[in-house]
Design a protein around this ligand. Structure first.
Ligand code: LLP
Length: 382
């Protein structure tokens, strides 16, 4: 993936850093938006996946809206020039201050996750002389068959409103004069690779929206969230997710009512494969029956392996030696600061440049300064 000029450049730079291939980002967006257009669907990019300014400006240039989960994300989306009428805002714990700012920004929809939240948004909207557009984030009780920490649509998860609460929700909306119901929202998890999950979701959405229609409630917008997975094992041969199959599942399975708009919130599939964490080997040391390759990047730079046992492909860009097994670890004082176990790599030595692939989503945005470490900067290629 990286050419010799790039590798030479990496060797000149202080490590670790994130490296973004903007060409791949654009290619991914080309294919994503072509598929969206086939069915006249709408998309809001999930800022939480990566909110770097250059990435946001490219995503925006493709006509996507923004999916936000905090007041600061809403603020960033608006400052970055996303059209407020294409900004949605989800999250189980929106603070009064965040709600006020989003109301002032005239966003398209608050994706509301509970009855008390609806009541608070109504009272704040009333105090500001506004009417808040709200969608109901539904918990459809679907197992996304992904890591438990990124499953969000099962009945035991904190997200969304359970179906048994619907009657209460309707009564709340009817009494809240400063709320306008504009849609239903779903997001059942992330890194979903079992396409049956999306078939199931479409089926549940049909059942759920029927319940509202039978009560005479018109649902103008259905938002199906994000969640489509990427190929962490083969980023080179499979850099772009199968958007065609993904959207055709909804096109086939979803009952779309006349005038209804269908929305999506992609995060990972847009930005994951264009980002790589570039690092240097500090030391190679022996453990009992194993070798450790100790990098200058750690879990503070990329927390996914430590937090979700995520596997990112690791490459040694500067060695052509014979293949050996390494546990690739970071410098942080935590045993979970390990990127991989028993990975086959060409013989690795101090100073080698290592690439940790598919790190564009939930990589740099989740970085922290634990151990008082510096935050890794970013570089871009066209
Ligand atoms: N919409 C909502 C309401 C979400 O909560 C998320 C992600 C998305 C859309 C975008 O989902 P995506 O297309 O990226 O799967 N840090 C974890 C992932 C957390 C996902 C949180 N929500 C990881 O590194 O795997």
């Amino acid at each position: 993936m990286f050419n010799t000029n790039e590798i030479r450049e990496f060797q000149q730079l202080e490590t670790p850093f994130y490296y973004y291939d903007l060409g791949l980002l654009k290619k991914t967006l080309d294919i994503y938006t072509a598929n969206l257009k086939k069915y006249s669907y709408h998309a809001h990019y999930a800022l939480k996946a990566n909110a770097n300014d250059r990435i946001l400006s490219i995503v925006k240039s493709y006509g996507l809206g923004a999916d936000c989960v905090s007041g600061n994300e809403v603020k960033l989306a608006l400052e970055s020039g996303f059209d407020p009428s294409m900004v949605v805002y989800a999250g189980v714990g929106k603070s009064d201050k965040e709600i006020r700012a989003a109301l002032a920004g005239n966003i398209f929809s608050f994706n509301c996750e509970s009855v008390p939240e609806l009541e608070i948004i109504d009272s704040i909207a009333s105090s500001m002389g506004k009417v808040a557009s709200v969608s109901l984030r539904i918990n459809p009780d679907i197992d996304a068959h992904t890591h438990k920490y990124i499953s969000t649509g099962r009945s035991q998860d904190k997200f969304g409103i359970s179906t048994w609460m619907f009657q209460d929700v309707i009564e709340t909306i009817n009494k809240c004069k400063n709320l306008q119901l504009v849609g239903l929202h779903f997001h059942v998890g992330s890194q979903i690779t079992d396409m049956k999950v999306f078939e199931m979701l479409a089926k549940r959405v049909n059942e759920i929206q029927s319940w509202f229609f039978e009560k005479g409630i018109d649902i103008q917008n259905i938002n199906l969230g994000g969640g489509l997975g990427i190929d962490y094992e083969n980023p080179e041969s499979n850099p772009i997710s199968d958007f065609n199959t993904y959207f055709s599942i909804f096109n086939k399975g979803l009952e779309v009512r006349p005038g209804q708009n269908i929305h999506f919130e992609p995060g990972r599939t847009i930005v994951a494969q264009c980002g790589t964490l570039i690092s240097r080997v500090l030391y190679v040391k022996f453990g009992r029956g194993k070798k450790f390759a100790i990098l200058d990047a750690g879990m503070n730079d990329l927390i996914r392996p430590a937090l979700y046992q995520a596997k990112h492909k690791i490459e040694n860009l500067t060695s052509t030696g014979r293949i050996m097994k390494y546990d690739v670890v970071g410098p942080v004082c935590e045993s979970s600061d390990r990127f991989s176990k028993g990975t086959l790599l060409p013989e690795t030595k101090r100073g080698d440049i290592m690439a940790i692939r598919s790190a564009g989503a939930y990589g740099q945005v989740m970085a922290m300064k634990y151990n008082q470490r510096d935050l890794a900067p970013e570089y871009y290629s066209e």
